[in-house]
Design a protein. Structure first.
Length: 422
């Protein structure tokens, strides 16, 4: 039973370390106060485990801190920029949090349907350090698998314009909260569900890896796996005779005939204009790590990219106008459309520090505009206005970044000749 408890909690720690620890502390606090029991037709049903913890773990200050961290963790996971930043060290935080929690929490078995009259039998399992280290390592592995799945979703929709990652994040919040309660009430059943969850994560990871490998094709010259949208091989610079166009959510089955347009579309998805591999940095001026080439060799290239997006503004706004005429139902597809078509291509090159604050301001402005969407005659202009204002704000930020990254070269005048010696 003890193994059921510790192993059953692993997927929850791999998903939300602070929320899981908070629920552990909250459940232990309720048990200590005698408040955790289910009163039913057959009497009082106690939890399957009595959580024995030190006093500081269930103190008001600890619960307040853990609750605040759980909220921050949940909100950060729903913001693409914050989630990308947090992903660099979340595996270590989750592993360490699991080690601390399993070191201080001692579950003691409870026998019987309730009552204070029935004896509580202790199993005498002291949770040695080696077992806690094993659990922490397992959490690290599960968090790694979760990261690979999230990274695949980010590859399809970097800024979560569709909202799929946010929806999954909300589902994880509910899963962790409900799962920890059931882990204490029904540990064996929760362990089975947790095991099935881990198996499902591994299957999804393998499907994603197989999909990635299937999309790439070996170079006819050197055999190096290359994206079907690449213009040249990253290793031997073999020219791809039929590169596939890149759509909003991946490569299409249409061959790119206009190579200049194809390069601009690759830039819009933050991919190298030569080998089509994803670029790691959120900046226009950078070197592709795959082919070791400068992505945008001059400011003129960056200006051409912005002009390419400018040409897409009014067609996108026109589609938004048509969708905005549909009350309520047209809002969500309209917002997703202009984000995927325009906004994601702008903010993908804006640094995280600038992007986070900008997203907050834009979000507040969008709320104000959405508040008048229901007014007849006015509602039709809400989505086009949101599209234009969002585009103008992010375009201004990108132009400022372009001016900063592609500063004009200053040629210093030659030094004067040395003075003649006396």
């Amino acid at each position: 039973m003890f193994f059921a408890f510790s192993l059953g909690s692993l997927p929850f720690f791999a998903s939300r370390v602070f929320a899981t620890t908070f629920f552990l502390a909250a459940i232990a606090r309720l048990q200590a106060e005698g408040a955790l029991s289910l009163i039913g037709e057959w009497g009082v049903l106690e939890a399957g485990f009595l959580l024995e913890v030190p006093g500081w773990f269930i103190a008001d200050q600890t619960l307040l801190v853990l609750g605040g961290l759980a909220i921050v963790e949940s909100m950060a996971d729903k913001d693409p920029l914050a989630a990308e930043l947090y992903a660099t060290f979340d595996k270590w935080i989750k592993s360490f949090g699991n080690f601390v929690a399993t070191s201080v929490v001692t579950p003691t078995a409870v026998v019987g349907l309730a009552s204070v009259a029935l004896p509580i039998h202790k199993a005498g399992f002291g949770w040695p350090v080696a077992w806690s280290l094993f659990l922490a390592a397992t959490v690290w592995l599960l968090a790694t698998i979760r990261q690979s799945i999230v990274a695949a979703l980010r590859e399809l929709d970097e800024n979560d314009d569709i909202g799929l990652r946010k929806l999954i994040s909300w589902a994880e919040d509910g899963w962790v909260g409900g799962g920890m309660i059931f882990l204490v009430l029904l540990p064996v059943l929760t362990l089975i569900v947790a095991g099935l969850t881990v198996v499902g994560m591994i299957i999804v990871q393998r499907i994603i890896r197989a999909r990635e490998e299937k999309q790439k094709t070996p170079c006819p010259s050197c055999g190096h796996p290359s994206s079907p949208s690449s213009l040249q091989c990253a290793q031997c610079e073999y020219v791809n005779p039929a590169p596939l166009r890149l759509g909003m959510l991946g490569a299409k089955s249409v061959v790119a005939t206009d190579l200049d347009l194809h390069r601009l579309e690759l830039l819009g998805r933050r991919r190298c204009i030569h080998c089509a591999e994803r670029l790691p940095e959120r900046r226009l001026s950078q070197t592709c790590p795959a082919c070791n080439r400068q992505v945008l060799p001059s400011r003129a290239w960056a200006e051409s990219y912005i002009a390419f997006l400018d040409r897409k503004l009014w067609p996108t706004a026109s589609v938004c106008f048509g969708l905005s005429l549909i009350p309520i139902l047209g809002l969500i597809p309209g917002i997703i459309y202009y984000r995927l078509s325009l906004i994601s291509s702008l903010r993908t090159y804006i640094p995280r520090s600038t992007g986070c604050m900008m997203r907050i301001g834009v979000r507040m402005l969008n709320i104000v505009l959405l508040a008048v969407q229901w007014i007849p005659g006015v509602g039709g202009f809400v989505l086009p206005a949101m599209c234009y204002i969002n585009y103008w704000i992010y375009r201004k930020a990108l132009v400022e970044r372009m001016q900063l990254e592609f500063q004009p070269q200053v040629t210093l005048p030659p030094l004067p000749p040395p003075l003649p010696q006396a």
